[in-house]
Design a protein around this ligand. Structure first.
Ligand SMILES: Cc1cc2nc3c(=O)[nH]c(=O)nc-3n(C[C@H](O)[C@H](O)[C@H](O)COP(=O)(O)OP(=O)(O)OC[C@H]3O[C@@H](n4cnc5c(N)ncnc54)[C@H](O)[C@@H]3O)c2cc1C
Length: 443
């Protein structure tokens, strides 16, 4: 009989979907794995909360056809029956009026652009869906690419407020490859030119997280919640991992893999060589303050509403109940803000107040009575800022310190952050780590 010896102790820092998938795979490979999570629950960006009796994601989560790693993992965990596809609608709220969006007919009817701009925009979306190669796009900024392809007018009408409200001062730096991959992901998910299909998990991402947690525990892995890792110890002169500090206590490990956002690394691992620390310091992230409302009436019929409006400081509104049905209507309002932006620390009431005004502007019939519940969530590092050549800016995942691996959502550039890509990244890293020891033959 072949059994694995559990000799190598691994600490996984962060119990988002990446940390959990990584732990699950490493346990399968025979490692001894402990996961440390600072939050009181697993999931990170994909975590859920009790919204007055409805257990739902803090931030909207949908799936697209290219999200194959999620589908494969769901199948492997025997929960693929949870995956539910639905035809959805997109809208565009442009200067105080709501228009249908997301198909050729809607584009033709849209009054904000001339025919030539529409053709140029349509062509850019079409070619983005058809093309797989992104190396040329990785050498130019998104603003440059869009203006060159669609012209100044289309940029101003369709993109300016979207990029400004998502990336603020960083928008001029954003890579064209990142925008291309976003256009492509949703575009590929369409049933045809006229119909968009997206998916959700019945019971939410929480079901996937809970199943992974159960498997991890069954295989002997340990998940420590409310356990922030505050220091990574590097032994010298060997330049080798010795352990982590959690809740004031030093715990010894042979390997440490962090899946937390890269901007936290300089503080966590000050023992890394100075030039590497400097590379992490040059990376930045946008945070999010996301309002979620439970309403008695629908706001619109759209799942996704793009916004370009002089009054509304949001790039879009996601009416999640138009994808996943609930008794009441669920709408997310994401304010993308850098954590140092003065708005980021405004009280919840400030954002809720703004959002209610926006609801009235989007749907004149809206009244405060429609609001059955309201909540605000914040995530400091919700979206890496990806300039052209971003991958070359990132230090290697396998660091110079023996046994220390540092990965996060940045490493799947130009793909946008997603459950699928975090799962893929975790699986690739687990594969690279291979078996810790050669199997022992007990026969
Ligand atoms: C607003 C929003 C909408 C999104 N919509 C979608 C969508 O529709 N579809 C989709 O597929 N994806 C979506 N995503 C992206 C998706 O949620 C992420 O790509 C994915 O969850 C990232 O998982 P991760 O484990 O890589 O990182 P994270 O979820 O960031 O996990 C990192 C974990 O590390 C923990 N941590 C941080 N510091 C420490 C420390 N010092 N010690 C211990 N733990 C620590 C954090 O608490 C967190 O749990 C969305 C994200 C956001 C923010």
């Amino acid at each position: 009989m072949i059994t694995m010896q559990k000799t190598e102790k691994i600490a996984v820092v962060g119990a988002g979907i990446m940390g959990l998938t990584l732990a699950y795979r490493l346990l399968n490979q025979g490692y001894d794995v402990s996961i440390f999570e600072k939050d009181d629950r697993t999931g990170g960006m994909s975590a859920s909360f009790d919204f007055d009796g409805l257990y739902i994601e803090r931030y909207y989560h949908f799936l697209c056809k290219p999200d194959v790693p999620v589908f494969q993992l769901l199948k492997e965990l025997d929960i693929d029956h949870l995956l539910t596809w639905k035809e959805t609608k997109m809208g565009f709220f442009y200067e105080g009026k709501l228009y249908p969006w997301g198909n050729p007919l809607a584009l033709l009817k849209f009054p904000g652009l001339g025919l030539l701009s529409k053709i140029r925009f349509g062509l850019q979306v079409f070619l983005s869906i058809k093309h797989n190669k992104w190396d040329k796009l990785d050498r130019m900024t998104a603003v440059e690419w869009i203006k060159r392809f669609e012209g100044e007018k289309a940029y101003r009408v369709l993109w300016d407020s979207l990029l400004r409200l998502k990336f603020h001062n960083f928008r001029e730096e954003l890579s064209a490859a990142w925008v291309w991959s976003r256009l492509r992901r949703v575009g590929v998910s369409r049933k045809n030119m006229f119909h968009e299909t997206l998916a959700y998990l019945d019971g939410g991402v929480a079901k996937l997280l809970a199943t992974l947690e159960t498997k991890i525990k069954q295989m002997g892995g340990e998940i420590f919640l409310g356990s922030e890792v505050t220091h990574i110890y590097i032994g010298m002169p060997e330049n080798k991992i010795t352990g982590v500090k959690v809740n004031g206590q030093e715990i010894r490990f042979d390997k440490v893999i962090t899946t937390i956002p890269l901007p936290y690394i300089p503080q966590l691992a000050p023992g890394l060589p100075g030039d590497v620390i400097e590379r992490y310091k040059r990376l930045d992230n946008i945070g999010v303050v996301c309002v979620i409302l439970k309403l008695s009436h629908p706001l619109t019929e759209n799942f996704w509403l793009n916004i370009s409006d002089s009054v509304i400081d949001l790039p879009g509104v996601i009416e999640f109940s138009n994808l996943r049905p609930f008794e009441e209507k669920i709408v997310y309002f994401p304010f993308y803000l850098h954590r140092a932006h003065p708005w980021f620390s405004e009280p919840d009431a400030h954002f809720i107040e703004m959002v209610k005004r926006y609801c009235k502007r989007i749907n004149k019939e809206f009244t405060g009575d429609w609001v059955l519940a309201e909540r605000v969530h914040r995530y400091e590092c919700a979206q890496p800022v990806c300039p052209p050549g971003f991958l070359d800016m990132l230090p290697p995942v396998k660091t110079e310190v023996e046994g220390l691996y540092i990965v996060d959502t940045s490493y799947y550039y130009p793909e946008d952050r997603s459950l699928s890509e975090s799962i893929r990244a975790a699986q690739e890293l687990a594969k690279e780590l291979g078996f810790p020891v050669s199997p022992v033959n007990n026969a």
